[in-house]
Design a protein around this ligand. Structure first.
Ligand code: HEC
Length: 276
């Protein structure tokens, strides 16, 4: 993988396109096999727990946190928002999403009509706008709370992203390109920290593997003191290497989520989560 990242960074655009048209299914298998052999003692289903799957001490602290999980309030508030919000036309979230149970596993998906990746958070705001109501902020606040509620009621469902047809493969490849591209003053790509260096220390942190990264969002971070979406986390990782963070639900972030989710297919959703 490291070699691949290095190769990709040095390739011309034309050659790059050939590599990117490789078979997603084969890539998913290679990605999983890489982590399974790098961490042979980690139960395959445990990759949804990030760094807590790798480090015993961190895991103990996390298990303790989970006794009174700090994301619980967000689930309750999200439930109230989901059930009690009335849009400008008198309709509710239920008109778009029914009861909201087992919703998380439908996302992200590729909408071939609109030729774009639709994430759960995007769908929430699409629903609001369809009913004449202003969209919510994408990274924090009410939308993250609604996402927490919906994710909670999808726990145990399995990630099952479908990448089929040229346009969907293009979106997947765009996500992949973003993932492998070095950026920022520090000139790091996602792959440098979360594949090649997974399990290693970076200052006070231990780097988590990308496998399972999407399963447990939104996340209550102690550092944030609040709940935030996956795209908030992407922004944080961009800033960490002094690259420009993108707005939540930018095309790049949605494609990235699509790519990463596909690679984690067959793992269980376990959101919302708690992290340092
Ligand atoms: C310089 C290293 C570095 C780079 C580059 C980096 N990250 Fe991170 N990332 C971290 C650290 C440190 C954390 C917190 C510890 C952990 O869980 O890995 C983190 C956490 C995360 C998490 C949360 C993990 C969890 O279990 O909740 C996600 C998701 C993530 N990064 C995605 C990305 C993506 C996508 C990119 C590329 C846009 C990226 N990161 C680039 C260092 C990096």
């Amino acid at each position: 993988m490291k070699k691949l990242a290095f190769l990709i960074a040095g390739l011309t655009v034309a050659l790059y396109a050939t590599i990117l048209s490789a078979d997603p299914e084969a890539e998913q298998a290679a990605f999983k096999a890489y982590f399974h052999s790098k961490f042979p003692d980690v139960d395959k289903a445990d990759f949804v727990n990030g760094v807590y799957a790798l480090d015993k001490k961190r895991r103990e602290q996390w298990v303790e946190l989970e006794e009174f999980p700090p994301y619980e309030i967000a689930i309750d508030e999200g439930e109230a928002l989901f059930n009690n919000t009335r849009f400008a036309d008198g309709k509710s979230y239920g008109h778009c999403f029914g009861t909201g149970q087992h919703l998380r596993k439908k996302y992200p998906y590729f909408d071939s009509e609109k030729a774009r990746v639709v994430t759960m958070e995007l769908a929430i705001n699409d629903c609001r706008e369809k009913h004449g109501t202003k969209p919510l902020k994408y990274k924090i606040g009410d939308l993250a709370k609604i996402s927490a509620y919906l994710s909670y009621h999808s726990r145990g469902d399995v990630i099952d992203v479908i990448v089929s047809g040229p346009a969907a493969i293009q979106a997947y490849n765009a996500g992949k390109e973003y993932y492998y591209t070095k950026r920022g003053q520090l000139n790091f790509a996602c792959v440098d920290c979360h594949v090649s260096s997974a399990g290693k220390r970076l200052r006070t942190e231990i780097l988590s593997p990308s496998l399972g990264h999407v399963s447990h969002f939104p996340v209550y971070r102690l550092k944030w003191g609040s709940i935030g979406t996956l795209h908030r986390r992407f922004s944080g990782c961009n800033s960490q290497v002094r690259a420009k963070a993108q707005p939540g639900q930018s095309e790049d972030y949605r494609n990235l989520e699509f790519f990463l989710s596909y690679l984690s297919n067959d793992l269980e959703f376990n959101g919302p989560g708690v992290r340092r």
